[in-house]
Design a protein around this ligand. Structure first.
Ligand code: AR6
Length: 189
């Protein structure tokens, strides 16, 4: 399927979709937030999610902070989704890009993988990811998109419960960077 703003492929029983748009508007069980370790909000996706979802998300984040003292890079925590159409927000923390020699690729992989795990724990079958770390955190999107796609593909081959994983990118440029993965992505890793 291709209409210029949306591409999809099927891997096993899961639909992988690429869409250009606003993650806060997605009608899925869970959306992923590109948060920071404080869990107290910020700009980019994080700001948009808290604005659109309302104050209950921040209240839940504060409760998680009190319990576990924030969220380390590569980990993920779950809150409900306030006024959003989704049921859950999975807050994960991607790495800040430091040139590539500070374990950034593994940490980004962990952020995707742990988000998928949280979705599984909540029995979410439809899940939307933003392009984690490629905004303020500066991770080059060409590399990040490959890690995102490969990590999701590997996960759904092991756990085929997800009906759809949607990658929601904000800009036309980012859509173009991700697109080849959805044309060639069903092949070997
Ligand atoms: N929907 C989908 N994608 C979006 C949206 C949206 N509404 N808004 C921005 N993007 P970023 P990071 C894209 O900076 O790099 C925050 O302050 C954006 O164009 O949101 O992981 C946090 O609190 C970019 O391609 O996340 C952290 O401090 C991508 O989402 C820090 O930023 C990710 O950009 C995290 O930085």
């Amino acid at each position: 399927m291709s209409d210029g703003r949306s591409l999809s492929i099927t891997i096993g029983s899961t639909l992988l979709t690429l869409t250009q748009g606003d993650i806060t508007q997605q009608e899925v069980d869970a959306i992923v937030n590109a948060a920071n370790s404080s869990l107290l909000g910020g700009g980019g996706v994080d700001g948009a999610i808290h604005r659109a979802g309302g104050p209950s998300i921040l209240e839940e984040c504060k409760a998680i902070r009190e319990k576990q003292g924030g969220c380390p890079t590569g980990e993920a925590v779950v809150t409900s989704a306030g006024k959003l159409k989704a049921r859950f927000v999975i807050h994960t923390v991607g790495p800040v890009w430091k040139g590539g020699s500070a374990n950034e690729e593994n940490l980004l992989r962990n952020a995707y993988r742990n988000s998928l795990e949280k979705a599984r724990e909540k029995s979410a079958t439809t899940l939307a990811f933003p392009s984690i770390s490629t905004g303020v955190y500066g991770f080059p999107i060409e590399r990040a998109s490959k890690i995102a796609f490969a990590t999701v593909r590997e996960y759904i081959r092991t756990y085929p419960h997800l009906h759809e994983v949607r990658f929601v990118v904000f800009s036309r440029h980012d859509f173009e960077v991700y697109s080849p993965l959805f044309r060639d992505g069903a092949g070997p890793p």
